[in-house]
Design a protein around this ligand. Structure first.
Ligand code: AMP
Length: 214
């Protein structure tokens, strides 16, 4: 199974991914996570990406496409994978199509999440992540048992720099102008499956995704 999670920042793609990878036994490939790890480690990639990320802008296509091309060739992708946060531009989608054709891979579906803007803001400003294991929390909707501490591993939680209010507006406008055209792109290819993710629990939405992928 190979599928893409498409949707604005704050739609919950990372949260659903955590459950979906267990269900389908495939890896999640999140370009955002890969870039954040590179920034943390201070690698060349991290240095190139940091400025764009801090401003809520997209990292240039050629950098991202190279990362994906290498990643999907890893052995754990043999039975499929889930793309979270990629592609984000038409140029990236074209490049992905090219890579898939070259490697004889078939994209099964693209899940498009629609979420009301007020909910997106709440999810983004409330989001907290574990510094150690990356677990996702939300101070409004999914708080940890003890404030600022990860339920799973006991490490400290933090707020992403780009989840601060001033950057969020930019990320949402970048999504509208650069990523939303992908909805039509995949509709035309007969691959788009839309889900309203404004209401419902995480498990309910995950179940909707599983049903739609059947
Ligand atoms: P995310 O965790 O998916 O919200 O990504 C965080 C940031 O990483 C984005 O705001 C971009 O700066 C960068 N990024 C992640 N994925 C991509 C992508 N496919 N293309 C360009 N930039 C990306």
């Amino acid at each position: 199974m190979i599928f893409i999670l498409l949707g604005p920042p704050g739609a919950g793609k990372g949260t659903y991914s955590e459950k979906l990878i267990k269900f389908y036994k495939i890896p999640q490939i999140s370009t955002g996570d890969i870039l954040r790890a590179a920034v943390k480690q201070g690698t060349e990639l991290g240095k190139q990406a940091k400025d764009y990320m801090d401003k809520g802008l997209l990292v240039p296509d050629e950098i991202i496409v190279g990362i994906i091309e290498d990643r999907i060739k890893e052995p754990d992708c043999k039975n499929g994978f889930l793309l979270d946060g990629f592609p984000r531009t038409v140029a990236q989608a074209d490049a992905l199509e090219f890579i898939f054709n070259k490697n004889n891979l078939k994209l099964n579906a693209v899940i498009d999440f629609t979420v009301r803007e007020d909910i997106l803001y709440k999810r983004l400003t409330g989001r907290r992540l574990c510094k150690n294991c990356g677990a996702n929390y939300n101070i409004f909707t999914l708080p940890p048992k003890k404030e600022g501490v990860c339920d799973r591993c006991g490490s400290e939680l933090y707020q992403r720099d780009d989840d601060k209010e001033e950057v969020i507006a930019k990320r949402l406008s970048v999504y509208k102008s650069q990523t939303e055209p992908l909805i039509d792109y995949y509709k035309k290819r007969g691959l788009l499956k839309s889900i309203d993710a404004s209401e419902g629990t995480i498990d309910e939405i995950v179940q909707k995704i599983i049903d739609i992928l059947k």
